[in-house]
Design a protein around this ligand. Structure first.
Ligand SMILES: NC(=O)c1ccc[n+]([C@@H]2O[C@H](COP(=O)([O-])OP(=O)(O)OC[C@H]3O[C@@H](n4cnc5c(N)ncnc54)[C@H](O)[C@@H]3O)[C@@H](O)[C@H]2O)c1
Length: 435
């Protein structure tokens, strides 16, 4: 098949590479000319994605993948499948801003109009171009906003006769996308049965051995992504409540959770200082927008958003006004250079509210980047009064008291520090739910 992938980011580029490595001809589209140039040179534009560099070099070298900034022209070539995975921007309250999605939809619509007559001459009528949206969206967006945008922008082509439209949520974890694409069932929901079947058939062409599950409609596919992410947020909130209760009882919550999970009906997640990133703090809000009667997702968000302040409270009496507290890790999780909804912001704000002086360090960010994010960069080796580990960077597993000089107490918000090394130097390490 021939395919177009629009938005060559952390998700879109590995999808384009997956299509190409399974033998299909792919045009990748991105507004960023730097990204396009690097892809055309067979080089990855961002680090950290397993096997992407090798696969890109191979498929670009074999002429199976090329990139362009002109999405409409790429779609006008009449591919079988157009996959779009542009980012959906949200504000601090997780309210969506559809401007990038709308721009991508407008480009695809122009391409559909330009290529429509030529494709009709070369393909049977049932083999319509199939547009698949993979960006996580509020339920109803595909059938509503996206379909209307494609119809309006293409001069009146409509789903079912001018093109097919499906929603297929991206469920991968960046860093191991090829592995996840080869493992998780791919969910496809269409606007009608024929479109859904065609979309599912096309996905089967480049996900060999993977179950492609027909969802019976775009809304079911949209809701599934919100359900799996909301489930995780609610589950983590429950783990956080268990952790706070364990603290009060003087019990080790991890021991309790591990024991509870040793039978098959219990799947309690891990407590921690924060739930960050683009997805888990955001999609429960999309869910709640569609189901305002729901209580658990709203309460769970409040529980999880209170965790940075709870972590700061574990510093206890060892700190007083004016003390310097080192935040270890501003990234929302270990190994990823991304601060969307990072717990570091909540930790910083709570420290400030208590009259403490936050300074920050992160192996993935230099001093200028930390300043730009609103953190005072810590000068390595300079004394601090306390430290709070916020991100589980692998480097932190080996930290010892010499790395937090002067600290009288350390809060380990992710349970990754070697507490014995600190204890040997007389520095208590406090963990959430693990006295
Ligand atoms: N990153 C993840 O771990 C993850 C996981 C699951 C799902 N998702 C979904 O994937 C979506 C995209 O995430 P990402 O991490 O790939 O984003 P990203 O920020 O890495 O990449 C987005 C890309 O879109 C491009 N772009 C912006 N406007 C464009 C336009 N008008 N036309 C063409 N390209 C345009 C940008 O230049 C950039 O290269 C998310 O919104 C989310 O719904 C992401």
């Amino acid at each position: 098949m021939r395919a177009v992938v629009v938005a060559l980011g952390k998700i879109g580029l590995p999808i384009a590479a997956q299509l190409a490595r399974t033998g299909h001809t792919v045009i990748g589209c991105d507004v960023d000319a730097r990204v396009v140039d690097l892809v055309n040179a067979g080089r990855e534009p961002f680090p950290g994605e397993a096997d992407l560099a090798e696969v890109l070099a191979d498929v670009v070298g074999r002429g199976l993948l090329r990139a362009t900034t002109d999405t409409a022209a790429a779609v006008a070539t009449g591919p079988d499948l157009v996959i779009a995975v542009p980012p959906l921007i949200v504000d601090a309250a997780a309210q969506p801003d559809f401007s990038i999605i709308d721009a991508v939809v407008a480009d695809i619509a122009r391409g559909l109009a330009l290529g429509h007559d030529a494709r009709r001459r070369t393909h049977p009528p049932e083999e319509l171009i199939t547009v698949s949206i993979e960006t996580t969206l509020p339920v109803g967006t595909t059938r509503g906003r996206i379909a209307a945008g494609l119809a309006g922008g293409s001069g009146g082509l409509v789903p079912g006769s001018g093109f097919h439209l499906v929603f297929s949520p991206e469920r991968v974890f960046s860093g191991r996308i090829f592995q996840d694409l080869a493992t998780y069932p791919k969910l496809v929901g269409g606007l009608d049965a024929a479109g859904e079947e065609r979309g599912a058939h096309l996905y089967e062409q480049f996900l060999p051995g993977v179950e492609v599950r027909r969802m019976g409609g775009a809304e079911a596919a949209e809701l599934t992504k919100l359900v799996e992410t909301t489930y995780r947020d609610v589950n983590i909130a429950l783990a956080n409540e268990f952790a706070r209760h364990a603290d009060a009882l003087g019990l080790d919550v991890q021991r309790v959770i591990d024991a509870a999970n040793s039978q098959p009906f219990s799947h309690v997640h891990r407590p921690g200082v924060a739930v960050g990133g683009h997805c888990i703090p955001v999609y429960p809000r999309f869910y709640l927008a569609g189901d305002p009667q729901a209580q658990l997702p709203a309460v769970s968000r409040a529980v999880n958003e209170a965790m940075p302040a709870y972590a700061v409270s574990l510093l206890g009496d060892e700190v007083t006004t004016g003390d310097r507290v080192l935040i270890l890790g501003v990234a929302y999780r270990g190994g990823v250079k991304e601060t969307a909804f990072s717990g570091a912001f909540g930790v910083r704000d709570e420290l400030l509210a208590r009259g403490l002086v936050p300074v920050a360090a992160d192996p993935l960010y230099d001093a200028a980047e930390l300043s730009a994010l609103g953190f005072e960069p810590w000068t390595p080796g300079s004394p601090v009064d306390a430290a709070i580990l916020q991100a589980d960077h692998v480097q932190y597993a080996a930290l010892g008291p010499q790395d937090t000089p002067g600290a009288r107490v350390v809060v380990d918000g992710r349970g990754v520090l070697d507490a014995t090394a600190f204890a040997a130097a007389g520095v208590p390490v406090r963990r959430i739910g693990r006295p």
